[in-house]
Design a protein around this ligand. Structure first.
Ligand SMILES: *[C@@H]1O[C@H](CO)[C@@H](O)[C@H](O)[C@H]1NC(C)=O
Ligand SMILES: *[C@@H]1O[C@H](CO)[C@@H](O)[C@H](O)[C@H]1NC(C)=O
Ligand SMILES: *[C@@H]1O[C@H](CO)[C@@H](O)[C@H](O)[C@H]1NC(C)=O
Length: 585
């Protein structure tokens, strides 16, 4: 808040002394992004106060880093400095945007330049922002939470800036902390296990797979997953350098005492192991308020990767808008804050998992593109980044498009649809594993299909024929890439064991396996795996158990079916650590 106060003092006289706006900047506007309607779930409450202060971020387009056709391969990672040099904007972009800001009364000394200068952070008033972007900011109220945010349903930029500016926030992204739902749900119908003393002893040793007990078909513990995915006999060696990060949002707190209870019951050899809490952008760590999502994530990343050090990031959002307050607000765009935080670190964890997402169509495409590029940059820094694929199959509800045509379309999820993350769908049962019916899968309408997956995807599309034709984008980035178990996870929450389901369970599980593979590489003096996807679809393709039955219905259809090879329900399948270890060499 110190920073805000300083800026506010500076802003007041500027707002009063009406800044000169040259003709060059107040005409020739072209729409950058606009919605047809106020996004679903929100209603307009009234105009935003002109003196309300917005914490504005501007992404400048990258000049050099074409992350979409990576010339780098796994094992060739960029330092923070090299990555920042690559994403640095062209000097013309800096000059033009600076001139535009100055013409609108924004003192350049107050512009904070992040990530090699590719992101600008400034405080502006609603009055300034409206003039800069020929937009109308209003206060919007959420239908169910009654929270207020300040947004606009469209924004424009002088046409000369379009080639230089990727996205400006806060503008048309209405997603809030609550909108970004976690993808896990309780399963009260499954009776939780008291502990693992029955199953765990049977699951150790190299012959474990033959002995996966039938209980793993309904209740999952780390012992089940370690046996199923063939990690039981691997002993991590690189625990001095390897780290696994869990990104948490929505005031979901990972509880230390619950983790110990979990270890006592389900992974006794890990008793006493802890994890690091990192608080980002005002994120809290309330140990009296354990979150189901947070506990699920940390209990299963540690349960799979012990003794690899784990880190839990609790990322806050700015408080929602409170009328009559001059507190800058409305960042509420937590992926950006987390990404800017993590990219500013000189060393980053080799593996990440995130279990949050939302319908792609509710995220403006310019915002989604810039956030996705930042995940690409993090991959280029050497991180393998997992996301859960979503829990609504091909889409929930009536699946109408929001482009004004109200057409029925499958609803892909973002960030699952970003090609720079590895997206994890869900399976259940054993011998064989089958797809869960909720496993999110589909095709992006924003991101083109990367070449690394095109042959796997076209083989699927050929078999599919005309089924679901017109409901999805055959040229889009297809997901999930891979899968892991996603039902009946035994999670300790507030001292009690609950059964939890969701691709929220699958992503930490898969990330745990990847953390062990990274350990193996690091222990041999090699770099970690980094961005995984190109390798998954080529050199590593035989390291997966193909899942060939089950489907993911939604949008009033039967969805897609799992079958031999890649499919948009379970991707390439579930991991076999032993085989993957041999393939990564
Ligand atoms: C600004 O937007 C309004 C519509 O909201 C439009 O009528 C007007 O022409 C625009 N102004 C400029 C200078 O482009
Ligand atoms: C399909 O995806 C491509 C990107 O691959 C995109 O350009 C196009 O607009 C999408 N089509 C629809 C109808 O969304
Ligand atoms: C498990 O991994 C080992 C190598 O560690 C491999 O030989 C074996 O085939 C794998 N088990 C299965 C069932 O795939």
């Amino acid at each position: 808040m110190v920073r805000s106060t300083l800026y506010l003092l500076a802003l007041v006289p500027l707002a009063a002394a009406k800044p000169l706006v040259s003709r060059r900047w107040d005409s020739d506007f072209e729409v950058k992004h606009a919605w047809n309607d106020v996004p679903k779930g929100w209603k307009c409450h009234g105009p935003a106060p002109p003196d309300h202060v917005l914490d504005m971020r501007i992404a400048l387009k990258q000049d050099r880093l074409d992350i979409s056709s990576p010339h780098w391969r796994y094992g060739q990672h960029l330092s923070k400095e090299d990555a920042e040099a690559l994403v640095a904007p062209h000097p013309d972009s800096v000059e033009l945007v600076d001139a535009w800001l100055a013409a609108n009364g924004v003192p350049l000394t107050h512009v904070e330049r992040l990530n090699g200068g590719s992101w600008l952070s400034i405080l502006v008033t609603v009055e300034q922002a409206s003039r800069m972007m020929n937009s109308t900011y209003s206060i919007y109220e959420h239908d169910t939470t009654s929270e207020y945010i300040v947004r606009t349903t469209s924004y424009s930029l002088p046409s000369v800036l379009h080639a230089h500016v990727g996205v400006i926030t806060p503008t048309t992204y209405f997603g809030t902390m609550r909108g970004m739902r976690a993808t896990s749900f309780l399963q009260p119908q499954i009776r939780p296990l008291d502990n693992d003393i029955e199953t765990a002893p049977k699951l150790t040793g190299p012959t474990s797979l033959a002995t996966v007990p039938s209980s793993c078909a309904t209740t999952i513990t780390p012992a089940c997953l370690r046996a199923l995915y063939n990690t039981t006999s691997y002993v991590p060696q690189a625990t001095d350098v390897n780290r696994l990060g869990v990104a948490g949002y929505l005031e979901e707190f990972a509880n230390d005492a619950d983790l110990q209870t979990f270890f006592e019951k389900f992974r006794t050899d890990a008793a006493g192991a802890t994890f690091q809490h990192v608080q980002v952008n005002g994120g809290e760590n309330n140990q009296n308020d354990p979150g189901v999502e947070a506990n699920l994530d940390i209990q299963y990343t540690e349960g799979m990767s012990f003794p690899t050090p784990n880190v839990y990031y609790s990322t806050g959002g700015s408080p929602p808008f409170t009328p009559d307050s001059n507190t800058p607000s409305n960042t509420n765009e937590p992926y950006l804050d987390w990404l800017n935080f993590i990219l500013a670190q000189s060393s980053v964890p080799q593996t990440f998992t995130t279990s949050y997402g939302d319908d792609e169509q509710t995220v403006p495409s310019d915002y989604a593109t810039e956030v996705c590029n930042l995940f690409g940059q993090l991959g280029a820094r050497g991180s393998s980044i997992m996301f859960s694929s979503g829990d609504d199959g091909v889409g929930a509800g009536n699946c109408l498009s929001n482009d004004g045509t109200n057409t029925e379309r499958f609803q892909p999820n973002f960030p699952a649809s970003c090609p720079f993350v590895t997206t994890v769908g869900a399976t259940t049962r054993i011998n064989p594993e089958v797809a869960t019916s909720f496993s999110g899968g589909g095709f992006s309408n924003y991101f083109a299909q990367p070449s690394y997956q095109s042959s796997a995807v076209s083989a699927f599309l050929t078999k599919l024929g005309s089924t679901n034709a017109g409901l999805f984008n055959t040229s889009g980035r297809a997901y999930p890439d891979v899968a892991a178990q996603g039902e009946g996870f035994q999670v300790v929450v507030g001292g009690r064991i609950e059964s939890v389901a969701g691709t929220s369970a699958s992503s930490p599980t898969f990330a745990g396996v990847i953390a062990l593979l990274n350990d193996f590489r690091l222990s041999q003096g090699k770099p970690g795996l980094g961005f995984l996807n190109p390798a998954l679809y080529s050199t590593l393709v035989d390291g997966f158990n193909d899942i060939t039955s089950g489907s993911n219905p939604g949008c009033g259809t039967n969805g897609f079916s799992a079958g031999a090879g890649w499919d948009p329900v379970t991707g390439l399948g579930t991991p076999d650590f032993g085989k993957l270890q041999a393939l990564i060499g």
